[in-house]
Design a protein around this ligand. Sequence first.
Ligand SMILES: CCCCCCCCCCCCC[C@H](O)CC(=O)SCCNC(=O)CCNC(=O)[C@H](O)C(C)(C)COP(=O)(O)OP(=O)(O)OC[C@H]1O[C@@H](n2cnc3c(N)ncnc32)[C@H](O)[C@@H]1OP(=O)(O)O
Ligand SMILES: NC(=O)c1ccc[n+]([C@@H]2O[C@H](COP(=O)([O-])OP(=O)(O)OC[C@H]3O[C@@H](n4cnc5c(N)ncnc54)[C@H](O)[C@@H]3O)[C@@H](O)[C@H]2O)c1
Length: 253
Amino acid sequence: MIKGHVALVTGAGSGLGAATARHLASLGATVACIDLTEGAAAAVAADIGGLALGADVSDAAAVEAAFDRLLEKLGVPRVVVSCAGIGTAARILPRDGSLTIGAFERTLRVNLLGTYTVMSVAARAIAAAEPLDGDGARGVIINTASIAYEDGQIGQAAYSASKGGVASMTLPASRELARFGIRVMTIAPGLFETSMSAGLPDDVRAEILKAVPFPSRMGDANEFARLVQCIVENPMLNGSVIRLDAAARMPIK
Ligand SMILES: CCCCCCCCCCCCC[C@H](O)CC(=O)SCCNC(=O)CCNC(=O)[C@H](O)C(C)(C)COP(=O)(O)OP(=O)(O)OC[C@H]1O[C@@H](n2cnc3c(N)ncnc32)[C@H](O)[C@@H]1OP(=O)(O)O
Ligand SMILES: NC(=O)c1ccc[n+]([C@@H]2O[C@H](COP(=O)([O-])OP(=O)(O)OC[C@H]3O[C@@H](n4cnc5c(N)ncnc54)[C@H](O)[C@@H]3O)[C@@H](O)[C@H]2O)c1
């Protein structure tokens, strides 16, 4: 389902998405790279001979338009990996008495609604495609949560809620899409070295790394990409959330 097929990666302009796009291309896939703007996806797409597409995943019309272009240029993707997302840090009750409802809404729109939107648009196209094997497999959708969906720190109520939603969607989505030969899996990474985690204050990062048993380090984006490959290549992986975290359990803050 990789070599000689089309794959779609969102958030492909950076970090885990970029590593995944590159890895799938190295395995022989033609990869469509979605990011906020076509320009943000362009460098990775150019490097791998893929297609750069610009779309805010929280904007359904933009996702549908980008997908229409993907179908026109490359055809139906059989592997869809949603990495697009934002990290949000905001207390429910900051000291200044402000309300952080806007941050909550934006976080849920991008991380949860955006993931659902991409999954919906992709599933509609994949379900109409020819089955690829004796099982009747047509494709696999891999979404990205975070260990924060279970170990959320102070200031991660919005982020953890968004990732908890992504994790909770996994089983019902896999149950529903099974009839179309589409598998749905979720990866919940621990702390990985990317632009997003670079935004963490050093003291926060240090405290988290103390709680990472082995290997006690930040993950490499290629280690995420290799799990994507494993999921695609093992048809018995369906409806599950895999923590990719070196046994980390995050501290309160
Ligand atoms: C300014 C920092 C921006 C950080 C950007 C981070 C971007 C997101 C990065 C994500 C990385 C990858 C994510 C991935 O999925 C893996 C992970 O999840 S790794 C874990 C990531 N962890 C976080 O993102 C932590 C998020 N939380 C925070 O960063 C902070 O909690 C905060 C929201 C920025 C607030 O910082 P504080 O240091 O707590 O500063 P405060 O000013 O809020 O508080 C200081 C002090 O005052 C006390 N206090 C606060 N509010 C009140 C109140 N309403 N009444 C009374 N007292 C209050 C508070 O208790 C503090 O004291 P202390 O906590 O020391 O007792
Ligand atoms: N880095 C980590 O430690 C870590 C850990 C757990 C989970 N995650 C999750 O992994 C995913 C990838 O994160 P990353 O670390 O590679 O971050 P990153 O910031 O390096 O990459 C995220 C990419 O998504 C894009 N993006 C953001 N909002 C978008 C939107 N609305 N529409 C389209 N594209 C959008 C960004 O432009 C960026 O290119 C995110 O969902 C993040 O929550 C990251």
